[in-house]
Design a binder for this molecule. Structure first.
Ligand code: ATP
Ligand code: MG
Length: 472
């Protein structure tokens, strides 16, 4: 079968002509071919050459008058042209030792190269030479599996996964990204080989986890990780959220499935990866904070506080970035109960002001997370929550328009206080500032310079007088 419309970009003809002239066969292979049939955009092109990939890359760069980057140790070379990143590599055969996912590599045929690929849908190739231009080479039924929405390894799955255990997580990642099923034999092999995931570096695993998290329905990936037994190896703390305990008429919900529901709810509304991580981690401290009270039933007091404290260690373990993204996740985990707590009580202006102050620019994300967290099965309860939630939103809007708390800047600054009283930076300046902030949040004064200045003078006089008396 021929698919010339897949290779309309003139670059493919150029590569093919250069290959013809050098007397080698060249194919575009892997993700590009798969994504063409899935109608997904793809700008990463992998070209396999039965011969030297580097030589062909050098010729290509010369023909296009562009640069080539050579990775000698891997036998690969990269050329950027026409908005595409083209990686050229010699076809290879790989053999593995049991303790490593780094193979010994030998030159091989196209079919050897296809056989070492992870999944049938990733092992298809289009010919580029004149005699087979745009001809699909698909020895393992990748096309059929694309039609059937199946993830399957091209050879014996135990070998594929034992050779490179990262492929187990890639199987789950592709299933989640594409909404495919994992073929039963492939699935069973993952279960059998799950422990081998320990030889894979956390960075490689986390790259795949983030791709799962960015998928349309990310819960699918976490459920598959759980069902295959991989979850305990890649994220034990998450697997510990599982289970329901019952005493008398009291049973708590299964926090693993609840978490996944919240994650999917967030994913429906936002493609912010870090908001999705916040959803995954919002209840992570529930097992440690669980207690039983005969009157109240199951409680998880303080799980938001402990949970936010656990975030840095989790980010370190998972090799996620230890920067402002982590701080953002911490903050959302810490605050995730606050909007709903407002709903349950009477909504006072000062409580709303405090929430706006604490959440700052992340208030919208926090509200989204909190709304996603309403997963009760009891419809009347959900309806009541959502109604009250709308009330909180209205109130927030009113207060924000009036007081502009969200990006709070103190109307009277430390410098102004120091200048007015002729004092150096000291504890008292902080106390005066804090008093003004509190007065604004409590609604004693408005977020306004005049009113804040008056309060500054009143507070400053009192504090500094008292201090000077104390010092005498
Ligand atoms: P995406 O770009 O969406 O991550 P992709 O399929 O292009 O998906 P890459 O990681 O870019 O994935 O890999 C490119 C190709 O290389 C794949 O299509 C697959 O054929 C092959 N490949 C990548 N990683 C492996 C692996 N661990 N084992 C076997 N083949 C792999
Ligand atoms: Mg790719």
């Amino acid at each position: 079968m021929k698919f010339p419309e897949a290779l309309e970009n003139p670059i493919f003809k150029i590569i093919g002509r250069l290959a013809d002239r050098s007397g080698v066969q060249a194919y575009v292979i892997g993700g590009f071919v798969r994504d063409y049939f899935l109608q997904r955009p793809c700008t990463d092109i992998d070209v396999v050459v039965a011969g030297s990939g580097i030589e062909l890359a050098e010729k290509l760069a010369k023909a296009l008058q562009t640069r080539v980057t050579v990775f000698k140790t891997f036998g690969t070379a990269m050329v950027q042209a026409g908005g595409m990143e083209i990686e050229l590599v010699g076809a290879r055969k790989e053999s593995y030792r049991p303790d490593s996912r780094k193979p010994e590599v030998q030159a091989g045929s196209l079919e050897d190269d296809q056989l070492r690929r992870d999944f049938t849908i990733n092992a298809m190739a289009f010919g580029l030479n004149a005699d087979n231009f745009a001809v699909l080479v698909d020895p393992f039924g990748g096309m059929q599996d694309l039609d059937d929405l199946i993830i399957r390894t091209p050879c014996d799955p135990d070998t594929t996964f034992s050779d490179d255990p990262l492929r187990m997580i890639r199987a789950i990642r592709f299933a989640t990204q594409l909404g495919f099923d994992i073929d039963p034999d492939t699935f069973d092999a993952i279960v059998r080989n799950r422990e081998r995931i320990r030889i894979v570096s956390q960075e490689r695993i986390t790259t795949e986890l983030n791709k799962i998290m960015r998928s349309p329905v990310p819960s699918m990936g976490w459920e598959l990780l759980d069902q295959t037994g991989l979850l305990e190896w890649v994220f034990l703390k998450l697997s510990r959220l599982q289970g329901v305990e019952r005493r008398g008429k009291h049973a708590h919900k299964d926090n693993f499935y609840h978490t996944l529901k919240v994650l999917d709810n967030v994913a429906l509304e936002s493609d912010n990866l870090w908001l999705r991580w916040a959803a995954l981690l919002h209840d992570i401290a529930k097992p440690q904070t669980k207690a039983y009270d005969p009157k109240q039933g199951w409680t998880f007091h303080g799980h938001e506080v402990l949970g936010s404290k656990m975030v840095p260690a989790i980010f370190r373990e998972l090799k996620l970035p230890l920067n402002e993204k982590m701080k953002y996740v911490q903050k959302l985990v810490f605050l995730h109960l606050r909007p709903i707590a407002l709903v349950e009580e009477t909504v006072t202006d000062s409580a709303v002001r405090r929430l706006l102050f604490d959440a700052g620019k992340d208030i919208e994300d926090l509200m989204l997370l909190c709304r996603a967290d309403i997963t009760s099965g009891i419809e009347s309860k959900v309806r009541r929550y959502l109604r009250n939630f709308a009330l909180v939103r209205d109130k927030m809007k009113q207060i924000e328009e009036k007081d502009r708390i969200r990006n709070f800047q103190p109307p009277v600054t430390g410098e102004m206080i120091m200048e007015h009283y002729h004092i150096p930076p000291c504890r008292e300046v902080g106390m005066i500032k804090e008093r003004i902030k509190e007065a604004i949040l409590e609604g004693e004064i408005e977020n306004d310079f005049q009113q804040a200045w008056q309060l500054m003078v009143k507070t400053g006089d009192a504090i500094l007088n008292r201090t000077s008396l104390e010092n005498q």
